[in-house]
Ligand binder design. Structure first.
Ligand code: GRG
Ligand code: 1GP
Ligand code: MG
Length: 240
């Protein structure tokens, strides 16, 4: 079955709780060459901030996805192509596996299931806000991460497995192990991608690389180089 992310080599994750660099606009951000925009962040994301960024990104031709970090920051607006809702496979506080999702489904009457997909996260940077919030067990070796990926795909039916190193560049061997464990599911990698080389290295293994903080810290020219790195690696991987 064709999925929206099948052709995504690169995703830019915009955090509504962070500013853009001086002189840049959301128009610059959306048109930097990325394949899709995901809007989300773990901390400080209110419905209002989410709505503002979604509105600013909506009028372009680039796929726009809301990635809520809790039920309070899901926004329904024209121009949104869909919703990518996390479930944290290695959460220590298991509310972040299915509990908050259950509450969301219970209280929200507007869920558009046709355009709602889930991401099976494996959170791997213990210092990240996501790891702290979810009390994730990040003390995992390559075999553990590969096994989580396989559980996500085979037992829980996750079409996206997300190796999440948010804030730090991860271990390519671990990402390779996760990729090797998946049959059909798509592997997203995110964390610490900051230039051509780092994007290229992770896109050798992951189907899709996600770039976050770089757009807020350095801006769109730096992000554009990561797009190049990711696309070169994916083109090489596909032709192998
Ligand atoms: C039920 C609904 C609608 C949502 C639940 C979603 C879940 C399980 C959230 C858990 C935390 C998580 C995986 C959030 C996803 C987004 C993410 C990891 C953003 C990056 O966050 P960080 O970089 O750690 O934090 P900052 O926001 O401080 O940058
Ligand atoms: O901010 P960075 O470290 O690029 O991480 C991207 C993304 O995986 C965060 O959810
Ligand atoms: Mg972040």
């Amino acid at each position: 079955m064709q999925r929206p992310w099948d052709d995504w080599d690169h995703v830019l994750k915009v955090d509504p709780d962070k500013d853009l660099v001086d002189g840049e606009t959301y128009a610059d951000v959306v048109t930097c060459g990325t394949d899709a925009i995901e809007v989300g962040g773990t901390t400080g994301v209110t419905e209002e901030k989410m709505a503002d960024v979604v509105e600013a990104c909506a009028e372009y031709d680039v796929p726009l996805y809301v990635e809520p970090s809790n039920p309070a920051n899901v926004v329904y607006r024209g121009g949104v192509d869909g919703y990518l809702v996390p479930a944290v496979l290695n959460a220590g506080d298991i509310a972040w596996l299915t509990g908050v999702q259950k509450e969301w489904v219970r209280i929200d009457d507007d869920i558009d299931w046709e355009r709602t997909f889930t991401e099976g996260y494996v959170v791997l940077n213990p210092d990240s806000a996501a790891a702290k919030l979810t009390q994730s067990d990040c003390d995992l070796d390559a075999e553990d991460v590969a096994a989580y990926a396989e559980v996500g795909e085979r037992m829980l039916g996750q079409e996206i497995i997300y190796a999440e190193y948010s804030g730090t560049f991860g271990d390519p061997e671990i990402v390779a192990a996760a990729a090797g464990a998946l049959e059909e599911s798509t592997l997203f990698y995110g964390g610490g991608i900051h230039d051509y080389e780092s994007a290229n290295t992770m896109a050798d293994h992951a189907d899709t690389v996600v770039v976050g903080d770089l757009v807020h810290d350095e801006g769109v020219d730096a992000v554009a180089k990561t797009v190049e790195g990711a696309k070169d690696a994916r083109a090489a991987a596909v032709s192998e």
